[in-house]
Write a protein that binds this ligand. Structure first.
Ligand SMILES: Cc1cc2nc3c(=O)[nH]c(=O)nc-3n(C[C@H](O)[C@H](O)[C@H](O)COP(=O)(O)OP(=O)(O)OC[C@H]3O[C@@H](n4cnc5c(N)ncnc54)[C@H](O)[C@@H]3O)c2cc1C
Length: 404
């Protein structure tokens, strides 16, 4: 049976969209299957939003960066703060990466804006058949074809492709159907995200801040309006009642403990989410391949989930293009797994676990040691550059490229 598409991509999140666009630019035909429809695609809970320099370079390759820049905040500097002392511990400036990247800053631009802009591009791309309101339900592979089972308003049907990529997010049906273990752990507590309209820069905060505290560490990020918004993350206790801690008065009290202004904050939203550290045991089985959250999930401290997922997408696109043109064998897909699994375990997961430990450290002596080290690193340009190469995932891309 001849396949109708070169590649079927399941999921129009940032990873599926970037993959589809990168493939289409090379003349590869793509079916992009997304269960949400035009009415609710942009109506999702707030999630990722810090885009690292390495990711901006990739967006630029497909013409996405220039659409995102006006919708985001260019943030060259990020901060570590000590909440107890009310003091800045260290500031890191991406300007030190001037020789390493054309984008020596992060772009604070939320996932939903990335999806909106990339979807507009995908819809205008003749090589991409965008199927919104179309749920993927399962698949079969045999010979040189993959058959995806889908369901939309017209009922159940199938699509055929040479390859199928699961960019469906953490609940990937493909990963489950293939019985691929999602190895790792889930933190026992959940993270509380509060969206607030308030100008934190007047207290010295940068657009992106990590705040250390043994009881109530937090992350504080700025998003471009209108309306201007900040996102504050707090840990919760395992026995917290979700309803009680998300009541308006409880949110106000928590924000006032964080920054006592004496006046109510303008809270524009909140949500609670579980945080996982998991990596799939395999990223590929035959013609089915996992990318992004379908392959790995991690804590958002350090902003690595979306970024490393987008890196998967471009790595995979390059390989699929060469395979489909007959310039490379399918063994390239195993290399994709070796490269990107290494990054997921040794960079994304290892760093985000370390980041959380640093923020929540309870032992005052260890905390002091950590802070002294951060100060020393930030004060020495060579050490600070090395730190930024790691935190911005440039090092992970270089290391992956060296894996045969
Ligand atoms: C609160 C929070 C904050 C975060 N902050 C950051 C951050 O600052 N930086 C960062 O890098 N990461 C962050 N992350 C992680 C980031 O959101 C994810 O890593 C990223 O969205 C993964 O992209 P994806 O395209 O792989 O999957 P998703 O964004 O989950 O997209 C998957 C898509 O697949 C669709 N889909 C699912 N199932 C089906 C199906 N059966 N059929 C058809 N379509 C389907 C979904 O509707 C969705 O559109 C954060 C996560 C959370 C929860």
């Amino acid at each position: 049976m001849a396949a109708s598409f070169d590649v079927i991509v399941i999921g129009a999140g940032p990873v599926g969209l970037c993959l589809a666009l990168a493939l289409a630019r090379e003349g590869i035909t793509v079916a992009l299957v997304e269960e949400l429809d035009a009415g609710n695609l942009l109506d999702q809970v707030p999630r990722a939003g810090t885009n690292h320099p390495s990711t901006l370079e990739l967006y630029d390759r497909i013409g996405l960066y220039r659409r995102l820049e006006p919708r985001g905040i260019i943030a060259p500097v990020f901060h570590y703060w000590d909440r107890r002392e009310g003091a800045l511990i260290a500031a890191f400036d991406h300007a030190l990466l001037g020789a390493d990247t054309r984008f020596p800053f992060v772009l604070q631009c939320e996932r939903i804006k990335i999806v909106e802009e990339a979807m507009a591009m995908a819809k205008a791309e003749p090589a991409i058949d965008v199927r919104l309101g179309c749920a993927f339900t399962g698949f079969a592979q045999g010979g040189d074809v993959v058959t995806a089972h889908i369901a939309d308003r017209a009922g159940a049907s199938t699509l055929t492709g040479r390859y199928l990529v699961s960019a469906e997010g953490a609940r990937s049906i493909v990963r489950k159907d293939l019985d691929i273990a999602f190895e790792g752990f889930t933190y026992p507590d959940r993270t509380l995200n509060i969206e607030v309209a308030y100008d934190f820069t007047r207290h010295g905060y940068a657009h992106r801040n990590y705040i250390v505290d043994p009881e109530e560490w937090s992350n504080l990020f700025h998003w471009k309006g209108p309306p201007e918004r900040w996102r504050v993350h707090f840990p919760t206790r395992t026995d917290d009642d979700p309803e009680a801690i998300t009541r308006p008065e409880a949110l106000q009290a928590r924000l006032q403990r964080f920054l006592p202004t004496g006046r109510d904050f303008d809270i524009v939203g909140c949500n609670l989410y579980a945080v996982h550290q998991r990596v799939a045991a395999r990223f590929r089985a035959g013609r089915a391949i996992l990318a992004g959250d379908a392959a790995h999930v991690n804590s958002p401290i350090g902003a690595m989930g979306l970024n490393s997922g987008v890196h998967d997408a471009f790595n995979l696109a390059d390989k699929l293009v060469r395979i489909l043109r007959g310039d490379a064998s399918e063994a390239e897909l195993d290399r994709y797994e070796r490269q990107r699994r290494h990054v997921a375990l040794q960079h994304t997961q290892a760093q985000t676990i370390r980041n959380r430990r640093l923020l929540e450290e309870r032992d005052p002596a260890v905390r002091r040691r950590h802070h002294d080290e951060l100060r020393r690193t930030a004060a020495d340009p060579a050490l600070a550059r090395a730190f930024l190469l790691k935190s911005s995932l440039i090092e992970s891309l270089r290391e992956a490229a060296a894996i045969a």
